[in-house]
Design a protein around this ligand. Sequence first.
Ligand SMILES: C[S@@+](CC[C@H](N)C(=O)[O-])C[C@H]1O[C@@H](n2cnc3c(N)ncnc32)[C@H](O)[C@@H]1O
Length: 307
Amino acid sequence: MTADMYGTIARPASQVLSEVTITDQEFRLFQNLIKAHTGIALSEHKRNLVCSRLGKRLRALSLPSFRKYYDYLRDEAGQTELEHFVNAITTNKTDFYREKAHFDFLEQEMVSAWKARVVRTGKRQIRIWSAGCSSGEEPYTIAITLRNAIENFSAWDVRILASDIDTEVLDRAAQGVYPTERVADIPKPILERYFLRGTGSRAGFVQVAPEIRDLITFRQINLQWDPWPVRTFFDCIFCRNVIIYFDKPTQRRLMERFAAYLKDDAYLFLGHSESLYGMSDEFTLLRNTIYRKREGKGSATPPWATK
Ligand SMILES: C[S@@+](CC[C@H](N)C(=O)[O-])C[C@H]1O[C@@H](n2cnc3c(N)ncnc32)[C@H](O)[C@@H]1O
């Protein structure tokens, strides 16, 4: 074998790994399979993305075509591959303090409302669901915001459920370890108080402090599952930058199900380009992408009791 001017070793022609292309029919099969498993509606312009992400799975399994990969996924033997398949398809972009206005609202408006509720009910309990939490930046930002905004925090019972369909990002979320570049924009006092700096082999990384990690339960939940393995009414659901991948009927059904899991007057946050416009009468719009559940829109029977 010979090396070129960049030192790259050229493979003999017989060893060149040819790119496998996806046919129209194969793409349609995967569109249907992905929709059925995840609710994600892939449009034609995602074809290259599907081809490159699933192409990696084809190579990992030494399969010669997308059709063979599809057949494998449908076969009983390929059931464990479904997890890799789903993980390969999801888009996990996220950030600490993404859409900061939401965390300002949480700190300034919602915490005050919950403090006022203590006066009425004597209960210091907050339940939040980060649905589609990706690698954890969203639920950690929620936890840090609450920890920082509530003075006598230890007197409160605060729990955050953080869920995603993608097991690979969830594993990372549960560890709470991030390269320092990922936290570069977090204000220094917050960073120093709620993150531990790695040393030695962990230099260049930070880990979220245990007092914050302990507030969160990470679980795999596919929002398409019915029922969900959740038995709690929430004060707030964050489902941001998730429904954008679903079609309208799937979004509508999901919002109805979220409404059933929210307490009266509870809050729902969507992503910056998502909206309930013309979709749901269970919520009123408070401000851009922040919704409140209408009083009396819930059923007295918990959704988990009706399944
Ligand atoms: C773009 S990320 C958004 C992360 C975070 N909420 C944010 O706004 O920064 C979308 C997440 O939704 C998850 N997701 C997609 N379909 C899902 C489903 N059916 N059930 C649960 N999570 C899903 C993906 O795995 C991905 O991590």
